[in-house]
Each structure stands twice: as structure tokens, then as C-alpha cells.
Write a protein that binds this ligand. Structure first.
Ligand SMILES: Cc1cc2nc3c(=O)[nH]c(=O)nc-3n(C[C@H](O)[C@H](O)[C@H](O)COP(=O)(O)OP(=O)(O)OC[C@H]3O[C@@H](n4cnc5c(N)ncnc54)[C@H](O)[C@@H]3O)c2cc1C
Length: 308
């Protein structure tokens, strides 16, 4: 018994985890097993090519309450690699699994491959300033953030979906689930973003950025200060180490300095365009195109040019 197991309470992320899992299967020759606590997601996961899908039947349990049962199951199955979606809850679960399995844990992996002595993992450190290469002895537990990998292409292979009775930790009970109120746009899914920073002097001035976003068919995003301190944009619009991670085709950064805590959330944008009046602003180091200038002049000109 052995296997490469993937688990996330987020269905999209669980699908993405199957990409490195299937890669590892090719080199380790072990089956890939997707775990889900949501019977409705099982078919979607099965269509992405794992060897098995196990539906954890534990009633309405939180991921954290499932962790002990999950650890028990993985131990019985002889899991060699456990990939867990790197959400906040996923990281709680991963830490628990690693402790029970007496396994090494690497968080926020960007790349995985078998190495001498175990599983080689590359991960980003210090908000993106360094890449760490580590080797975890098997069994290894690894968390992977959303959108690090694309999901694998659909597979037509017949996949066994089996129920798996597990006992959730009875000390934690889900009594009610309520969707967090969101204001509509999921910037993590946006292909074009115009991000604003403290270079804007008033809330009303954000109209300049909204105008450019309209011309580009982009959504508005921001730095932490704009959302948390000024409250000019909702909290879910801020990008960075403590905010959202985005991977759009185009990221226009206007009046933001590009400190590492911000950049870590947007550095994987395909094209970054920076507009800043300070030619030494760090955002220019990350940018593909830079305009050194006053945003109050540059944004209306850009918007007008795009509207032509
Ligand atoms: C633990 C920790 C976590 C953090 N997490 C995050 C995070 O997740 N996300 C995040 O964004 N930040 C985060 N921060 C804050 C981060 O360090 C920076 O302070 C923040 O990103 C800077 O925001 P800003 O670029 O809007 O402002 P500033 O750094 O003040 O930059 C404003 C920029 O606007 C330019 N500017 C001014 N006027 C104009 C003009 N008229 N035209 C053009 N340009 C102009 C200036 O030259 C300057 O570069 C975190 C900090 C800490 C300590």
C-alpha cells in the first residue's frame, strides 16, 4: 500500500493539486487518490484523472474536525505523499496530518519532484525574495497554494468513487454555514487588474483608476493601506502576502510603491505595467513596462488613448 493523496476543502484547488500528483505518479509509480468530504465534488475530481476518489463520510464536519480521521486513514493507506490545498484551513489540517504521520511538512510549494532521500520541494521564502529547496523523507506532507498549478486536462478514464466512513472529531461541531458577504468581483479570477496605492490622494480620485479599468475591461485592486486603513475599497480587493494572490494577464500598478509584501501577491502576473512618479520605486524592478510620471496626468491620457 502506498499512494499520492490530495485533499482540499476547495474543489478548484483540489483539482489543481492533481497536476503535481499525476506528475509524481509518473516518477514514483504510485496511485493518485483524491479525498473529498463533499460527495457532490467527487465526479468533478474523478474527471481529472486520479486512480481513485474517496468520499469521506463524516456528516457536516469542518476540515479541522476531519483531520484526525484523515490522518488515521492516510496511515492505514500507507500514504507516501499528501498534497493539501494551502488555504488557512488546509494549513491547519496539513500541520495535524504531519504531526500524526510523523512526517515532514513543507508549505506553499511551487514545484515538486522525487529527489535523493525523498521528495524534493521548492518553495518561496521571505515574501518572494528567496527560493528554498528542501528534501522531505517519505511520507511527506506538502501544502500548495491556489493557482500554483493549472488543473490537469479532463480524462476519460474510468475512476472508482468510493465512500469512506470516517469519524470526525466530535468536539468540533458545525452548527451553521453562512456564505461570507462578498461584493461581487472575485479579483483572483480577473484577467486584467488596475491596482491602486497611496499615490491617490482621495477616494474620489480612484475614479481615474476606475476609468482606466473600464477602458481595459479590468477590475480594480489595491494595496493593503487602501483597503484596511482608508477603507476606499473592500478588503477582498487588496493584494499581497496578507491579501489575495492573483495571476492576471495584465496588472497595471498605479501610485503604489511595490513593496515585497504587495508584490508577492501579483508577481506572477503575465504583464506588469507600473505608473509611479518616483523612478526609484521598487515596482519598476518587477514591471515589464514602466511610466515614470504623475498618475493624475498619465491615467487620463492612457484612458483617452485606449478609448480611441
Ligand atoms: C506583515 C506585513 C504584511 C503586509 N501585507 C501587505 C499586503 O498583503 N499587501 C500590501 O499591499 N501591503 C502589505 N503590507 C504593507 C506593505 O509593506 C506596504 O507598506 C504597502 O504595500 C505600501 O502601499 P502603497 O504602495 O499603497 O503605499 P506607498 O508605499 O506609500 O507607495 C505610494 C507610491 O505612490 C507613488 N506616488 C505618490 N504620488 C504619486 C503620483 N501623483 N503619481 C504617481 N505615483 C505617485 C509614490 O512614489 C509611492 O511609490 C504589509 C506590511 C507588513 C509589515
Amino acid at each position: 500500500m502506498a499512494g499520492i493523496f490530495v485533499y482540499s476543502e476547495d474543489l478548484a484547488l483540489a483539482g489543481q493539486l492533481l497536476t503535481p500528483a499525476l506528475d509524481l505518479k509518473r516518477s514514483l509509480g504510485q496511485p493518485v487518490v483524491a479525498l473529498t468530504a463533499d460527495a457532490a465534488s467527487a465526479a468533478a475530481l474523478a474527471a481529472l484523472g486520479p486512480d481513485r476518489v474517496l468520499v469521506l463520510e463524516a456528516g457536516p464536519a469542518s476540515p479541522e474536525a476531519l483531520a484526525p480521521a484523515l490522518a488515521d486513514l492516510l496511515q492505514r493507506e500507507g500514504a507516501q505523499v499528501v498534497l493539501v490545498g494551502g488555504t488557512l484551513r488546509g494549513k491547519h489540517v496539513a500541520a495535524h496530518l504531519a504531526a500524526v504521520l510523523d512526517a515532514g511538512l513543507a508549505s506553499d510549494a511551487k514545484a515538486l519532484a522525487p529527489a535523493e532521500g525523498g521528495l524534493g520541494v521548492q518553495r518561496i521564502l521571505y515574501g518572494g525574495l528567496a527560493v528554498s529547496e528542501e528534501v522531505l523523507a517519505y511520507p511527506a506532507v506538502v501544502t500548495v497554494q491556489a493557482r500554483t498549478f493549472l488543473p490537469p486536462p479532463p480524462s476519460a478514464a474510468e475512476v472508482a468513487i468510493a465512500p469512506q466512513a470516517v469519524l470526525a472529531d466530535a468536539r468540533v461541531q458545525v452548527t451553521r454555514v453562512e456564505q461570507a458577504a462578498r461584493e461581487g468581483v472575485d479579483i483572483a479570477a480577473s484577467q486584467r487588474l488596475v491596482a491602486v496605492g497611496r499615490g491617490f490622494r482621495t477616494r474620489e480620485d480612484l475614479d481615474l483608476a476606475a476609468g482606466l479599468a473600464g477602458a481595459l475591461q479590468a477590475d480594480l485592486a489595491c494595496t493593503r493601506g487602501i483597503a484596511e486603513d482608508e477603507h476606499w475599497l473592500p478588503i477582498e480587493r487588496y493584494i499581497g502576502i496578507s491579501g489575495q494572490t492573483v495571476k492576471p494577464e495584465l496588472y497595471v500598478a498605479a501610485g503604489l510603491s511595490g513593496q515585497v509584501q504587495h508584490l508577492v501577491g501579483c508577481r506572477e502576473a503575465k504583464v506588469i505595467v507600473a505608473i509611479n512618479s518616483d523612478e526609484r520605486a521598487p515596482i519598476f524592478e518587477a514591471a515589464d513596462y514602466g511610466i515614470v510620471g504623475d498618475l493624475y496626468q498619465v491615467l487620463p491620457l492612457l484612458t483617452a488613448a485606449l478609448a480611441r
